[in-house]
Design a protein around this ligand. Sequence first.
Ligand code: NAD
Length: 337
Amino acid sequence: MTIHATLIPGDGIGPSITEATVRLLDAAGADIVWDRQLAGMAAVTAYNDPIPDQTLESIRKTKLALKGPLETPVGKGFRSINVALRKTFDLYANVRPARSVLPGLRFRDVDIVLVRENTEGLYIGIENYVKIGDDEHAAAQSTAVVTRFGAERIHRYAFEFAVQHGRKKVSLVHKANILKYSQGLFLEVGREIAKEYAGQIEVEEKIVDACAMELVMRPERFDVIVTTNLFGDILSDLTSGLVGGLGLTPGANIGKNAAIFEAVHGTAPDIAGKGIANPTAVMLAACQMLDHIGKPELATRVRDAVENTLRDKSVVTGDVGGSATTEQYTDAVIARL
Ligand code: NAD
């Protein structure tokens, strides 16, 4: 069955790594019709709008997007285009897998999927300064909001993900010992959801600071992690670092009515246009997309080709210790399909 998906090439290295991914998917026989749309600086240049209506309309229609990194124009009223997209489509689950593939790293058996709540917590944007005397900026406050609804759906997503992907354990990561209300509610709801999976999925509770320490000492003991927005943001970069860096890490943003798949890294302006960017993260994001739409065999075939190319390490890009161009690396992956 033909898949219809929106393709947002993005800025900087975005167009070259997304095109490499499209070429790989074509070679794998994925029957995908791409609706190419702009966002970010490319859209500002073309339409003077970083998220044009036609891009949003396309995602509304396809419910599926693969996206390159975007540069948020400074001072145009946006905190971040990515945050705006997550809000528009209520993409509440940010799913970031980190798996040891590259040889020669400190850890060899990392296989962690971090599920981060993507719409609440400290990132909802309720912040203000407090004036004291003449000082307008005498104090600042940020509000963290956790709702039962939001906590329930992210915990349920994590446990369902664990069941569907044959995972054994979910770690509930929190700071309820200090933030008794917001983090306390997140943990309370997590415990309730965990009961529904008793006997099926093992559950453990971890305070975020202890979790960070354990992640760098014994990462192999983690399986699925579920946590709030800020902790998830930080810990998912940490887990990326355990497996070779941001160039290798994909991320899925999942909502009820749409899903957007992307690389975790940015536009890499320092290497844009040089043809040397590593397209792995977008390729693995495309595999997450194939899994999400019920094409696990195809996802596995593409993922195996990418991972075997990295494992072999003879044709890889500069960021992971090789000298191949984006194109040469993509050819090597295609040859392994
Ligand atoms: P970055 O991730 O773009 O770059 C950090 C470093 O990693 C650079 O040295 C870069 O060359 C390298 N790098 C990143 N991806 C690579 C790849 N695929 N292959 C090889 N090397 C790679 O982070 P930054 O420099 O902080 O941000 C640049 C821009 O990207 C900013 O405008 C930022 O707002 C944007 N950004 C967008 C997203 C997104 O759209 N999801 C995420 C993060 C940053």
